[in-house]
Design a protein around this ligand. Structure first.
Ligand SMILES: [Zn+2]
Ligand SMILES: [Zn+2]
Ligand SMILES: [Zn+2]
Length: 615
């Protein structure tokens, strides 16, 4: 199953522009430029001769493929129905989520897909979530079919051991059938049998609950003064509740066929004080790290992280939220675009069909901030890889922080107490290394073009503060230079995040992928300002796990006081035994020749122990 995203090749455009720059003799001029601002000014000044109207064409040519698409939405729902019949529930769920993403907001199509998703969730025993999906389906669901939704809700409450609520929903369901004209008699007869069956099950459940309640009451009976007291203090009889509820709905039912449920509990979110999880609590100067770690600085290593004391194996030493993160496009309908958790019930962007969110909270946060600067051109951004992460890092930052940080002329004094604190914030992002000196001119040219394209996208939104054309140009050039810096920073500091299949909820995660049996898979990239300070080793002494929106760093072996904390940037010795291969990977992306214990150990001439004279 292919996600319906357009594919555009920015690489080709950039290569052609580079060729043209060489032809026109401009390449040498570019190669002598010293700062990111100069490189951006160069692109800006030569944009007409090098690019004619490339940016304009690029930004306008594919803008039609971002809208909602009813036909595709219906096709995905049909596909989902096929999978549902085949009992391939995870694929069915994915198709319904895709269908919801592609449907116009507040449409019957969207309601139908939410309704079908609720059936999948019911089958997967996620009853609270099924009820929530029914609630989202309710308003635009075809009136003549609403009884089906209500019946499913009754079944959910039964499964949730709530006979009162279940009976109440069943009563509404019967009322709806009575009121709906033109229903197929045969179908209704068989449906009524299902309702009768559920009704019997509810009665059994109810009886059992009453018995349990009576048993629980027994030790307390001693304290009741008389029978009246006992009746008054015992749980309300079921019939009375149902009668009350039915009465109130009958009154309402004239204009409201299917009253919405009370809000069901959200996805299990256990609120914990994350800093308390760290070994010996959080560090005074680096809040997301354990107090057993500190940031050190040396000429050859730059900033790095070392152990303050001996640390045992398997303890949490760093716990960081990403400053910005980016889902790989193929997981757009599986994970939340905002917090990267798996989506059970999707929440949409009302404009584009490229993102889904796990909750109303994430939806509102994204739409109110960075997504408004992505939405219109997200199909282009998604083809730009790490440059998109650079873009999001900029647009996720609130305006005041952004402009204060990038226009700051004085360098903050690191000796002042407040400046010693290293937070996972935009100031820390700004301080991350770039390796510009080691980058090839071709690469820098390419990144400069991409940064300029990103600034054109920004300019087409309401991100810039100014309306005067000249000032807008100045702002655009400044932002493009910051984007160019962020692109270079992301290349050597961003981290790939993998997810490991762990719990029952994962039934609905590993779906739209060929290698669905794979246990661990890369699904996003992100920037963690503190974790980025760690140097590399092919035999790291930590392991990273992404969980509940946090990168949790555990020690993988006992670490001695003063020892450096070392992460692996990708080529791990256990997975890539060839030292040559590992060193090439590291040199290409991170510009260093690895001298870690895993590499040095092999470089040393290997002396065979003298043994029985065999060889
Ligand atoms: Zn989320
Ligand atoms: Zn959007
Ligand atoms: Zn190494």
């Amino acid at each position: 199953m292919e996600s319906p995203f357009s594919d555009m090749d920015w690489l080709d455009t950039a290569s052609n522009t580079l060729d043209l720059a060489i032809q026109k003799g401009l390449y040498t001029e570019f190669s002598h430029l010293k700062s990111d601002l100069d490189r951006i000014r160069f692109i800006h000044n030569h944009r007409t001769s090098l690019l004619s109207n490339t940016f304009e064409r690029y930004l306008s040519s594919t803008s039609s493929c971002l809208t909602k698409n009813a036909t595709t939405a219906i096709n995905f729902r049909k596909k989902g129905n096929d999978y549902f019949v085949e009992k391939d529930l995870s694929r069915a769920a994915w198709c319904y989520r895709a269908s919801i993403a592609l449907s116009t907001s507040n449409s019957q199509d969207m309601a139908l897909s939410y309704g079908n998703l609720s059936a999948v969730l019911f089958e997967l025993n996620h009853y609270h979530e099924s009820i929530r999906a029914i609630q989202l389906a309710n308003d635009y669901y075809p009136t003549e079919l609403k009884f089906k939704l209500v019946f499913r809700r009754a079944a959910c409450y039964h499964k949730l051991s709530d006979p009162e609520r279940s009976a109440y929903e069943l009563k509404i369901c019967r009322d709806l059938i009575k009121r709906t004209a033109g229903l197929d008699r045969k179908k209704i007869d068989s449906f009524c049998k299902e309702m009768d069956q559920l009704s019997r099950q509810i009665a059994i459940l109810n009886k059992r609950k009453e018995e349990e309640a009576e048993e629980k009451q027994e030790p307390q009976t001693m304290s009741y003064k008389n029978l009246d007291d006992l009746i008054q203090n015992s749980p309300t009889p079921t019939e009375t509740i149902v009668a009350c509820l039915s009465k109130s709905t009958e009154e309402k039912a004239t204009n409201e066929f299917c009253p919405p449920s009370p809000p069901s509990p959200p996805r299990s979110t256990i609120l914990v004080d994350e800093s308390k999880l760290l070994l010996n609590g959080s560090n005074k100067y680096v809040p997301c790290a354990s107090s057993t770690l500190r940031v050190a600085n040396s000429k050859d290593k730059g900033r790095h992280i070392v152990a303050n004391q001996d640390i045992p194996s398997d303890v949490l030493v760093l716990n960081e939220r990403p400053y910005a993160c980016l889902l790989l496009p193929k997981f757009a309908y599986t994970y939340c675009d905002h917090c990267l958790t798996s989506i059970v019930i999707p929440y949409v962007c009302p404009q584009c069909s490229h993102v889904l969110f796990c909750s109303e909270h994430c939806q509102q946060r994204a739409l109110a901030s960075y997504h408004q600067y992505e939405c219109k051109h997200i199909h282009i951004l998604k083809t730009l890889g790490i440059a998109f992460l650079a873009y999001r890092t900029l647009t996720i930052t609130d305006h005041e922080t952004l402009w204060t940080t990038i226009t700051q002329t004085t360098i903050p004094n690191d000796n002042e107490e407040q400046n010693k604190i290293y937070k996972s914030d935009y100031v820390s992002i700004q301080k991350l290394i770039t390796h510009t000196e080691q980058m090839s001119i071709d690469d820098l040219f390419h990144y400069s073009l991409t940064a300029y394209l990103l600034s054109e996208i920004i300019k087409s939104t309401n991100f810039l503060r100014c309306n005067q054309i000249k000032k807008r140009d100045t702002e655009q050039i400044l932002l493009a230079s910051i984007l160019l810096k962020h692109i270079q920073q992301m290349i050597c500091n961003a981290q790939t995040i993998s997810i490991t299949k762990t719990n029952q909820m994962d039934d609905i995660i590993f779906d739209n992928d060929d290698d669905r049996d794979e246990v661990t898979k890369r699904f996003a990239s992100a920037i963690f300002p503190t974790c980025a300070l760690m140097n590399h080793s092919c035999v790291p002494n930590i392991r990273c796990i992404f969980d509940q929106g946090h990168l949790r760093v555990y020690t993988a072996k006992p670490i001695r006081q003063g020892e450096e904390i070392l992460n692996c940037y990708g080529p791990q010795k256990s997975l890539m035994p060839s030292i040559e291969q590992r060193q090439n990977v590291l040199l290409e992306q991170y510009f260093f020749k690895c001298q870690c214990e895993g590499c040095v150990e092999i470089i040393k001439p290997h002396v065979e122990p003298i043994a029985n004279g065999e060889n």
